[in-house]
Write a protein that binds this ligand. Structure first.
Ligand code: KIV
Ligand code: ZN
Length: 519
């Protein structure tokens, strides 16, 4: 009988990172990995080592630092991929190699050009090979939900016999619906004779908005590992959202009779961290982690909540970490208190960075009466060295008003210390500013998205700006905050622009065809 605890396999750093604009640097991946460890996920999929040297190094770094959680590296069912994953996981306390091979007819015919028997043989042989390098092997028949069920059962049986201890059933293109997906999993439990020797996992994409529902249906049918991402980020419409699936299992334990090991109070911090790093904002009405998830607008609801909370609330906001926002420090706080608070927020920094962050904090405390955790986090993200600082905005100036042509001037310093000035006019001050920056950086980027929101409440709240830029096939997001929204707009643009320039330079250095990432 399947166990009554669900293994939470987090793939934010692999599948999540593959969504456009969500790429993370190694330092950022380490921040997320630490938070996932604090949240007590069971497995962290840290990346796809053969995909690029950067991916390899990031998996290696996570594998070397994270001791309490199993760390997985993805590999196609090819020796060179498996060797590369094993090398990246060499110093890992609890390594797992995740091998995948597509099994559906569409993928066999058009992508792999292989017959069923060839796929079966390759899958089993590569699991046997991977087992010579690592004890814990997971196998995924990619596009399982569109694979002929009898063939899928044969593949699952073969890879378990070959030594896979977890077999993951992906709904790669988010095509399945809950009753059907549940039946697919139940069918495997019925038809695969050795199924009790492995944990059956599911990995659902959200193309029809059903990733969480499909995962839960699979759990009812016996699946005991769920693959998910923080905020549901991932290829296309994303993956099963970690916070939703975990809280569904916790809140409806009466119905599922199953637990997870997740420290649920770390959910909101994890959500904010991932959204902060990727610049991918969480929609306001998103379940569990959206800003409106626990706010009650209707008078009848507010009245009910005041009388008895459970009238309109099925979860306690504090149980998922919503009570963390505190007035932390003021103008007179010292460096030691500031550093301690930074560490509590998950940022461990060397002395040099603490000094820079502390200076920014003092400047902010002069401009803003109340400094909250979110304000501190905003400062820390901007200081993080992982943001490539190829160009620094030394100063800017904008002119706008009724009857005036909006104009901007910027002074930007490059890494060699050379300064250049750019000026431009635009439809508004922000447009003019962005045109001026583009001129200096010779970037010609398209502004795909621009969003602004208040970080905390009150008239003196920091304005947080998130931009999405595209050029030369790359998309990057940038984020910055300031009590002055023009300043936040300029810094968010510089953040994204620096990432874009750094990626374009990297492509010039490593022009080889990238291995297509897997969703
Ligand atoms: O969606 C998918 O099929 C995947 C596999 C690599 C597990 O991400
Ligand atoms: Zn996927």
């Amino acid at each position: 009988m399947p166990q009554d605890r669900i293994v939470i396999f987090d793939t934010t750093l692999r599948d999540g990172e593959q969504s456009p604009g969500c790429s993370m640097t190694q330092t950022e991946k380490l921040h997320v990995a630490r938070q996932l460890q604090a949240m007590r996920v069971d497995v962290i999929e840290a990346g796809f080592p053969i995909a690029s040297p950067g991916d390899f190094e990031a998996v290696k770094a996570v594998a070397e630092e994270i001791k309490d959680v199993r760390v997985a590296g993805l590999a196609r069912a090819l020796k060179e991929d498996i060797d590369c994953a094993a090398a990246a996981l060499k110093n890992c306390a609890k390594p797992r190699i995740h091998v995948f091979l597509a099994t559906s007819e569409i993928h066999r015919q058009f992508k792999l050009k292989k017959a069923q028997d060839e796929i079966l043989k390759q899958a089993a042989e590569m699991v046997v090979y991977a087992r010579t390098l690592c004890e814990d092997i997971e196998f995924s028949p990619e596009d399982a939900s569109r694979t002929e069920p009898d063939f899928l059962a044969r593949v699952v049986e073969a890879v378990i016999a070959a030594g896979a201890s977890t077999v993951n059933i992906p709904d790669t293109v988010g095509y399945s619906v809950p009753d059907e997906f549940g039946r697919l999993i139940a069918g495997l439990f019925r038809d695969v004779p050795n199924i009790e020797k492995a944990i059956i996992s599911v990995h659902c994409h959200n193309d029809l908005g059903l990733a969480v529902a499909n995962s839960l249906a699979a759990v009812r049918s016996g699946a005991r590992q769920v693959e998910c991402t923080v905020n549901g980020i991932g290829e296309r419409a994303g993956n099963c959202s970690m916070e939703e699936v975990v809280m569904a299992l916790h809140t409806r334990r009466d119905s599922f009779g199953i637990t997870t090991g997740i420290e649920t109070r770390q959910i909101v911090p994890a959500s904010r961290l991932v959204s902060g790093i990727t610049g991918s904002a969480v929609q306001r009405n998103k379940a569990i982690v959206g800003e409106n998830a626990f706010s009650h607008e209707a008078g009848i609801h507010q009245d009910g909540i005041l009388k008895e909370r459970s009238t309109y609330e099925i979860m306690k906001p504090e149980d998922v970490g919503w009570d963390r926002s505190r007035l932390v420090l003021g103008k007179h706080s010292g460096k030691h208190a500031f550093r301690t608070r930074c560490e509590q927020l998950g940022f461990t920094m060397d002395n040099e960075k603490v000094l820079v962050a502390f200076k920014r904090f003092k400047e902010l405390a002069d401009r803003k009466k109340n400094v909250w955790d979110e304000d501190i986090e905003a400062i820390l993200w901007e200081i993080d060295a992982s943001i490539p600082r190829l160009y620094a905005l030394k100063s800017y100036n904008t002119v706008s008003g009724t009857g005036v042509i909006p104009t901007a001037a910027v002074r930007i310093r490059d890494q060699e210390g050379k300064e250049r000035i750019g000026t431009a006019t635009g439809d508004g001050p922000v447009d003019a500013l962005y045109q001026a920056i583009d001129r200096v950086l010779e970037l010609n980027a398209t502004l795909k998205d621009y969003g602004i929101r208040a970080v905390t409440s009150g008239k003196d709240a920091l304005g947080e700006v998130i931009v999405e830029l595209q050029t030369n096939g790359f998309i990057e997001r940038g984020k910055a905050s300031s009590p002055d929204i023009i300043e936040a707009s300029a810094n968010a643009y510089m953040h994204a622009a620096n990432k874009l320039v750094s990626r374009m330079r990297q492509r010039e250095r490593e022009p080889s065809e990238p291995i297509l990432a897997q969703g």
